[in-house]
Design a protein. Structure first.
Lengths: 438, 488
């Protein structure tokens, strides 16, 4: 007890403690740490905001509203003059949408004399029904005269309304769907004749001006071709270049120039590669515009530095003792590299290649310049045919004004991100599985 | 004789040579002398000796044939006068080769009664899947026929010579097979040559970039003076409509350069503090567990394609900022949906992982002894970081920031979608400005001719962009290299 009583006196006897601002300094320390946490929070917030924005806009794109119609393939409308046996054009140019409209009118009890009602009814389903019924009839002309149950795409506006994306509380003059159409829509929904079905069209249709019939198939095929070309060219060339630089190159001026070049190419803006492709491949070598071959070549040049840098790191990670052992038992230098070093470096090379490919898959700017922004409705057969690419399709849809295209764009982005995620996760798993510590 | 057929035959000869060479090498080895190379090296050498020269010859021959065909077609084209319908000689050539390609698909019967006018020929060819421009001329048909004959003849001669080369090479290779022949060294020399060739592609790409853009830029400067390009303050390229005559646009670089630098500046203003502080926190404070979660999350930002960022800016950030400004000012949206701010912020988000991962590496590379010394003298961790670690890491961080800035300047898709296309010169970050990359895309998408300044200006812009980013990269590498080993 006395100790405590004595303490103040003892403290006052000591020289006054120098003020080193500990309180202030600890406050600064806490602030500093807080800045760091805030910075990380900002980064992660934007990541979540971005993904949320894309997924909340886009997940509905994988379902499309369709309406089930019992369509009577009336020969009087398809072939009024009964010439289909002699003239093949009759079946191609017949007025199929009227068939769908009549089926719908019958279902909803709209009289054939009610012209404005019929016109509004016609907007309920997509004009894509023309192609759908044409394919059906041309494939099997015997169907004419029968009644077929067909799921028909609804128009983009009806689709949006059905998904609840259009505010139905505003006056009907200020929205694209009329009250009457909403009434029909609800009636069909109650009957189970209108429903959301998985949107296979998103993957099977080509370019179209109508959102509901535009899809990614051309872009997917184009991107696939380009990835194959990039893989087929940049992997062997990149590996060969890396082997030369890591294992053979003498320290001389040529080697220096090559190294500086590779490092610079890795940082050149991607759009410059597009200019190169336009000037050299299209203007000078007369390759076709919009072709995935040219896109693949441009992306190859762009991906090469990435692959070379990754491969060199993988080769460098193979310990010198392996090389010494191979040479020691009499292998030539080339045998040492190809029989021993390269197989050991293969997982690292593969990882780098996949990451390079993922990078190439998401690249847009150079492809715009070589004319891949094209309206391509038919699937390309060879890499020389006009096509688009997945990111370019996203760019083209992003420039469309309609609400339904925003949904499609986000859907396409989800597809692209899924591909990238799969590739990157594969790369990470490969690294985990095969990584060796020497 | 088509080139691809010749190619296959050459390969077949090579493969036959491979097996013959192998057999010969095995049979020559009677066990009395130790062979120098394994049989398969002899086999590969025979294959290379037969196939490689022949294939190289085929490639060169194809290129030479093309030049020859164009030369002889140009010689036959009528002299260009003021009233020549087709705009340029290269267009004429393109049409002739198109017709020639179509004629090659016709049956023998159709070729004998070939229509003499283009108007009759066009539907015939489009039925074969060869679509031709409607303004083809009748005089092109005989030239196209001649073109096809020349092509055939050249292919024939080239094919025969390639086959002779292949057979000759195979015989040469086979004759060289004996027990002490150094086949392995020969094969390895070819491999080394191939490796060297692959690594020079990097140089070729750089040379290709510079040359291709330089030539187009020089053509551009023939119609627009360099001074008015580099120092002009008005960008108004005025797409020359057909028949508008000498209406020249103005191609001032300044507004584009200003927009590019302004947007990059805003992006860096956002990305540098966020990226740098995340890097510091992760390198100095975060536990292993936090680090292993946060670092990959931030790196996901780097893996997202820039088109996705552009779309994010277009549909989410831009409208959000516009509505926010409207709410703040009570009705009037003083931030436009497409503005410097929108593009800058979104680009900044894209750059966060670059800044943070590059700085993270550099901060971790600062030796631990420096930190221990500072902490031992009684400074707090933040003081250690600010006064010791950051100064030590500064050169590296400056290099990293320069690399990041060059990426911001060359970025395309975000600004195409978020910055707008109006080439304004202003200092208000809430309004739209445009960048060099946006204008390159604008000038080169859609139908274009290759000789108008409206198109060629894109190459001048590209060359400018290339040299700006190249300068920044080289400077960054120089700084990093010069100061890298200061503390080791």
């Amino acid at each position: 007890m006395t100790d405590i009583a004595l303490n103040p006196a003892a403290a006052s006897a000591r020289p006054a403690r120098r003020d080193i601002g500990l309180k202030r300094r600890y406050a600064a320390e806490r602030r500093f740490k807080l800045y760091g946490i805030a910075a990380i929070a900002i980064g992660i917030f934007f990541l979540i905001a971005l993904l949320f924005s894309v997924f909340s806009n886009g997940y509905t794109a994988f379902w499309q509203t369709e309406v089930n119609l019992a369509i009577n393939l009336d020969p009087k409308i398809i072939d009024p003059d009964n010439k289909r046996a002699t003239d093949p054009n009759v079946l191609l140019t017949a007025n199929y949408p009227v068939l769908a409209r009549n089926a719908l009118a019958e279902k909803l009890g709209v009289a054939q004399t009610d012209k404005p009602g019929l016109r509004e009814l016609g907007k309920l389903f997509s004009d894509g029904v023309r192609g759908q019924l044409r394919e059906l009839v041309v494939a099997n002309p015997n169907l004419i005269g029968t009644t077929q149950n067909v799921w028909v795409l609804t128009g983009a506006d009806i689709d949006s309304a059905f998904k609840g994306q259009i505010d139905l509380s505003v006056d009907q003059s200020r929205r694209k769907v009329s009250d009457k159409q909403v009434e029909w829509m609800n009636k069909l929904k109650a009957d189970g004749a209108m429903a959301q079905r998985f949107n296979t069209g998103l993957f099977t249709y080509g370019a179209s001006s109508r959102p509901e019939t535009s899809g990614l198939s051309v872009a997917l095929i184009g991107s696939l071709y380009m990835m194959l070309i990039v893989l087929g060219l940049s992997l062997p060339i990149g590996v060969a270049a890396s082997i030369y630089l890591e294992e053979y190159a003498k320290k001389n001026r040529l080697t220096d120039i090559i190294e500086v070049n590779i490092n610079n190419l890795a940082a050149v803006p991607s759009i410059v590669f597009g200019l190169l492709g336009l000037a050299v491949f299209i203007n000078f070598l007369h390759m076709p515009r919009s072709a995935s071959l040219v896109g693949g070549l441009v992306l190859t040049l762009m991906t090469l530095p990435t692959i070379i840098i990754a491969t060199r790191a993988a080769l460098r990670a193979v310990p010198p003792s392996i090389r010494a052992a191979a040479l020691g038992i009499g292998a030539s230098k080339t045998q040492m590299v190809f029989h021993h070093v390269l197989p050991l470096a293969a997982p690292g090379i593969l990882t780098g290649t996949i990451i390079g490919l993922a990078h190439a898959l998401g690249e847009t700017a150079p492809l715009l310049l070589i004319g891949m922004v094209a309206f391509v409705a038919n699937n390309p057969v060879t890499p020389l045919d006009p096509s688009t690419a997945l990111p370019v399709q996203i760019y083209m849809w992003a420039n469309e004004a309609e609400r339904a295209f925003v949904e499609r764009t986000s859907g396409a982005i989800i597809v692209l991100l899924l591909f990238l995620a799969v590739m990157n996760i594969t790369a990470i798993l490969l690294r985990r599985r095969f990584e060796r510590r020497w | 004789m088509s080139t691809s057929l010749v190619f296959v035959i050459v390969l077949a000869i090579g493969v036959i040579g491979y097996f013959l060479g192998r057999q010969r090498a095995v049979s020559k080895n009677d066990g009395s002398v130790k062979p120098h190379s394994l049989p398969h090296y002899h086999a590969w050498w025979v294959f290379l000796a037969s196939a490689l020269p022949a294939i190289l010859f085929l490639v060169i021959w194809a290129g030479a044939t093309n030049i020859y065909l164009e030369r002889s077609a140009i010689a036959e084209l009528p002299v260009r006068t003021a009233d020549t319908v087709i705009a340029s000689q290269s267009l004429e050539l393109g049409m002739v080769s198109g017709i020639a390609r179509g004629l090659g698909k016709l049956t023998a019967d159709e070729v004998t009664n070939l229509p003499q006018t283009f108007a009759e020929l066009r539907p015939l060819l489009s039925a074969k899947g060869v679509a031709l421009a409607p303004d083809g001329q009748d005089y092109m048909i005989p030239i196209a026929v001649e073109w096809n004959k020349n092509t055939q003849r050249a292919n024939y001669i080239g094919g025969i010579m390639a086959l002779l080369l292949a057979v000759g090479g195979a015989l040469y290779g086979l004759s060289g097979v004996h027990v002490r022949a150094r086949a392995r060294n020969n094969v390895e020399r070819v491999i080394l040559g191939a490796l060297l060739a692959a690594s020079t592609i990097a140089i070729l790409t750089t040379v290709g970039i510079i040359l291709s853009m330089l030539f187009q830029t020089l053509t551009f400067f023939q119609s627009v003076s360099p001074a008015s390009f580099f120092f002009g303050t008005v960008w108004d390229p005025r797409f020359a409509a057909a028949g508008s005559g000498g209406s020249q646009g103005q191609f001032g670089l300044i507004p584009l350069l200003a927009g590019t630098l302004y947007i990059a500046f805003v992006a860096m203003l956002f990305a540098v503090p966020v990226g740098l502080f995340s890097a510091i926190y992760m390198a100095e404070y975060a536990s292993r567990g936090v680090r292993s979660v946060v670092k990959p999350l931030l790196e996901v930002l780097a893996g997202i394609p820039t088109i996705v960022y552009g779309f994010f800016a277009l549909v989410t950030v831009g409208p959000f900022l516009r509505d926010l400004s409207a709410a703040l000012s009570g009705g009037y949206a003083f931030i436009q949906a497409q503005s410097v701010l929108t593009a800058g912020i979104v680009m900044g988000v894209m750059l966060i992982p670059f800044v943070s991962s590059l700085s993270d590496d550099i901060i971790t590379a600062v030796p631990q002894s420096l930190r221990d010394g500072s902490l031992g003298l009684g400074s707090t961790r933040s003081e250690t970081i600010r006064r010791v670690v950051l100064p030590a890491a500064l050169p590296g961080i400056v290099g990293a920031l320069l690399l990041t800035a060059s990426r911001a300047i060359g970025e395309t898709m975000i600004v195409v979608l978020a910055a707008g296309v109006a080439a304004n010169l202003n200092i208000n970050p809430f309004e739209a400005m445009t960048t060099i990359t946006v204008k390159i895309v604008n000038q080169l998408t859609g139908d274009l001719e290759f000789n108008s300044p409206q198109t060629l200006v894109a190459f001048a812009l590209g060359l400018t962009l290339f040299f700006i980013t190249l300068g920044m990269n080289i400077f960054a590498l120089y700084i990093v290299r010069k100061y890298r080993e200061q503390y080791e």
